[in-house]
Design a protein around this ligand. Structure first.
Ligand code: BES
Ligand code: MN
Ligand code: ZN
Length: 494
């Protein structure tokens, strides 16, 4: 999809479809009034008749306008003018673009970006617009042989800007939004794949493809023999029960100065989590194909960063494996030695994410990173604590934590700061090894973070638990693309 900014008056802009707002009680936006003047007051009449009330997301499509330069007009409700915030803007534009998608229009111009939105400037409105447009056009890479959802017909998406200065800001916003949504789409593509397709080997191939597409990205894949040499006993214990070979994928993006320490992104890449010998119950076990969402978000972030040519250095470290039960699988009670040298008593083989992440975090040390951020669908307990709206944010560094929290706010991809600390880590005590891989049921997201913290001495580290935010379960089952917006925003603001 091509994105552009226009400063032409709504009545003069040639397009298949113009999106204009109507406020509560039928008050027309300036753009709606501008078009209305050209089409004989039809919009005002429809509103007066009660066909459009202007509640946020209300829709009315005029498919046969003549007199204006556009072929169609999508009227969308924006709610009360004084309450217009990013949230309503996003909702209205999402509804409008869904309506546009049903018309077969090939290009569209949104005038909603001309409205005064309480908590957004023209950069932000443009960035959101590009994200929403990209999201609407996204299609799951399904294997349907019939009833396939048709591809989106939309090829050009424009937004209106007022003053000249706004135009530059809007263009920058569109560009960043385009990069973010490209990253989110890659994440969603990978995470939505069936687990018999998206194996660790497949992810390794995806890394090579990404490196081929972007000269600024380098990909390296370590196999199990390499990992054995590195003494990654913890990572390897998780893959013991599967036929699928594990991979440690290393991505490098060099956009910053040569000597600048990179940001390390570590993504959990469990391509299917059965729980292992501590087998999960059958209901919704299929959703554990999304247990590589952290890894997918690292791929997506690299895609965005490369598309935007951001002036930063980033390394991505992705431990990828399956967690399966088998005669050779790790058993509860087994003791393994991590790359850090610390020994771990595996009391629950379903707490496998931390076992692969700890070795990946240790591996990250060789890059002398300025910060290490791990991203993982780590605990069901995080979903219990925060639900599906906010990711859990854990860190040993207040500045890093605040920077990530703010990035989440700016990108409407929020994360909530959670505690870590010695009192919580106590539950991990073991009589037989340095510590166990699980504590009690209570505070499960926190004790998991405390486990990871044991491998972060001397590192600036943060952990994002995205178990509740990275995908939607149930009938709308699909990857969300989160937390790519948060991560890219963080890197943009480095
Ligand atoms: N991948 C799961 C966490 C998860 C659960 C993600 C539900 C998304 C939705 C993780 O590997 C896991 O199984 N965690 C256990 C930890 C427990 C054994 C301490 C969990 O949350 O039950
Ligand atoms: Mn598990
Ligand atoms: Zn898992």
């Amino acid at each position: 999809m091509d994105f552009f900014v226009t400063t032409a008056a709504p009545a003069r802009q040639r397009t298949d479809c113009a999106i204009v707002g109507v406020f509560e009680k039928g008050e027309l936006s300036a753009a709606a009034a501008g078009i209305d003047a050209r089409i004989g007051g039809r919009i005002a009449r429809l509103v007066k008749r009660g066909d459009m009330h202007g509640k946020t997301g209300d829709l009315l499509v005029l498919a046969d306008v003549s007199g204006a330069a556009c072929e169609r007009v999508v009227l969308v409700g924006l709610g009360a003018r004084k309450n217009l915030r990013r949230k309503q803007y996003r909702k209205a534009l999402t509804a409008a673009l869904a309506a546009v998608a049903r018309t077969g229009a090939r290009d569209v111009v949104s005038y909603l970006s001309l409205e005064a939105v309480g908590d957004a400037d023209s950069y932000t409105l443009a960035r959101i617009a590009a994200e929403v447009a990209g999201h609407t056009a996204y299609r799951i890479p399904d294997q349907k042989t019939s009833n396939k959802r048709p591809k989106s017909t939309l090829t050009r998406f424009g937004i209106a800007a007022g003053a000249r200065g706004d135009k530059t800001q809007a263009e920058r916003g569109l560009e960043h939004g385009r990069g973010i949504v490209a990253g989110m789409s890659l994440m969603r593509d990978l995470a939505n794949l069936a687990p018999n397709v998206c194996t660790p080997t497949y992810l390794a191939g995806a890394a090579k493809t990404l490196a081929r597409e972007h000269r600024s990205i380098r990909a390296q894949v370590l196999n199990e023999v390499d990992c054995r040499k590195l003494k990654m006993g913890s990572f390897l214990s998780v893959t013991a029960g599967t036929e699928q070979p594990a991979k440690l994928i290393v991505l490098e993006y060099r956009g910053g100065k040569r000597g600048d320490a990179p940001i390390a992104l570590v993504g959990k890449g469990v391509t299917f989590d059965t729980g292992g010998i501590s087998l999960k119950p059958p209901p919704a076990m299929d959703e554990m194909k999304f247990d590589m969402s952290g890894a997918a978000s690292v791929f997506g972030t690299f895609k965005a960063v490369a598309e935007l040519a951001l002036p930063v250095n980033v390394v991505g470290i992705i431990p990828a494996c399956e967690n399966m039960p088998d005669g050779r699988a790790t058993k509860p009670g087994d003791i393994v030695k991590s790359m850090s040298g610390q020994t771990i008593e595996v009391l629950n083989t379903d707490a496998e994410g931390r076992l692969i992440l700890c070795d990946a975090i240790t591996y990250a040390r060789r890059f002398k990173p300025a910060a290490v951020i791990d991203i993982a669908t780590l605990t069901g307990a995080c979903v219990v604590a925060l639900g599906t709206h906010l990711s859990g944010l854990f860190s040993n560094d207040d500045d890093l934590s605040e920077a990530l929290e703010r990035a989440g706010e700016r990108s409407d991809d929020r994360a909530w700061p959670m505690p870590i600390g010695e009192e919580y880590a106590e539950g991990l005590k073991s009589n037989f090894a340095d510590f166990a891989n699980v504590a009690g049921r209570e505070g499960g997201a926190i004790t998991a973070a405390c486990f990871l913290a044991k491998f972060t001495d001397g590192l600036r580290w943060a952990h994002l638990d995205v178990a509740g935010t990275a995908y939607v379960g149930g009938s709308q089952k699909s990857s969300t693309g989160r937390p790519v917006p948060l991560l890219v925003d963080y890197l943009i603001n480095q």
